[in-house]
Design a protein around this ligand. Structure first.
Ligand SMILES: [Zn+2]
Length: 289
């Protein structure tokens, strides 16, 4: 079992989810690889166009190849929330394993038209393609001072019939469903609409992903994976918060200037978040050789 498609199928059948963790530098990348290695878990390492161009699109691919060769773990690379056709094409050419094109803020025809060009291109390179139709609200940020209730618009949740049509027409492999799973961390945990998720699962034939894996109550994440047979869960904000808070603490308590001495506790803190998520997603031990 080598391909990401095989792994997503396995996850769906076995009712666990593969964590998709955002990285933006070597420290966050190390944190994810360390966690996956410790827990023998398959992982998707992902970067938004902002994150991947910061690290370097080719550089990211090479770094992940190096970690894959060293650990033998199933580590896959995903472009997360690309709104940009050119960055998407470049990532396909460089050989990312998965591509998430987020055209949810375009009008539907524009989104479909971009996908009609990108999906066949990705499939010609044997990549797995994720599409999004209903904008997943919020952002990967610390919203703990903000009220969740004022932000969520339940009328924007995924319509199961429309989602099924969208998947059929575009040929995407993963559908990013929206049923209350907002991006970011808020004053309270988001409430997921499990009835809606169940209906989406009944209508949509492809893999389902759940974005907004930060901030949702652990038990609700587990229930969503079971109810929706979700095979990919995205996590970013909680890792960013752990990174920043630990780095601030370290800098406030040392005069050290050697970066390699400052960063280990920061890596550890992010790794802990990733380990907790892997345990919640049920993917621990799945990559045992
Ligand atoms: Zn997302």
């Amino acid at each position: 079992m080598n391909s990401i498609k095989d792994w997503l199928t396995f996850a769906q059948e076995e009712r666990f989810a593969i964590g998709a963790f955002n990285v933006a530098n070597l420290e966050t990348l190390k944190a994810v690889v360390n966690a996956a290695d410790k827990l023998s878990a398959p992982v998707i390492i992902e970067a938004s166009p902002g994150e991947s161009t910061f690290v370097g699109i080719r550089q990211l691919r090479y770094l992940i190849n190096a970690y894959h060769e060293e650990t033998g773990l199933p580590i896959f690379l995903n472009l997360d929330h690309s709104h940009d056709v050119e960055v998407t094409k470049e990532s396909i050419a460089v050989g990312f394993d998965l591509i998430h094109f987020d055209g949810s803020e375009f009008d539907l025809e524009e989104n479909k038209s971009a996908l009609s060009e990108l999906v066949p291109l990705a499939h010609a390179h044997d990549l797995v393609f994720e599409g999004e139709m209903d904008h997943i609200q919020g952002s990967s940020a610390d919203h703990r001072q903000e009220s969740l209730a004022e932000m969520v618009d339940t009328s924007k949740y995924t319509n199961p019939e429309k989602a099924a049509e969208f998947v059929e027409e575009t040929g995407i492999d993963i559908f990013a469903a929206f049923f209350g799973n907002v991006h970011g961390v808020y004053d309270e945990a988001p409430k997921l609409d499990f009835d809606r998720l169940r209906e989406i699962r009944e209508h949509v034939s492809c893999f389902l992903s759940m974005h907004g894996g930060s901030g949702i109550a652990d038990q609700d994440v587990r229930t969503a994976i079971q109810v929706g047979k979700i095979s990919k869960v995205n996590v970013n904000s909680e890792m960013r918060i752990a990174f920043r808070e630990t780095l601030e603490h370290e800098l406030n308590n040392t005069d050290e200037i050697a970066m390699y001495k400052i960063m280990p506790p920061v890596i550890d803190a992010v790794q802990k978040v990733v380990e907790q998520k892997i345990m919640i997603f049920g993917s621990e031990g799945k990559a045992k050789k």
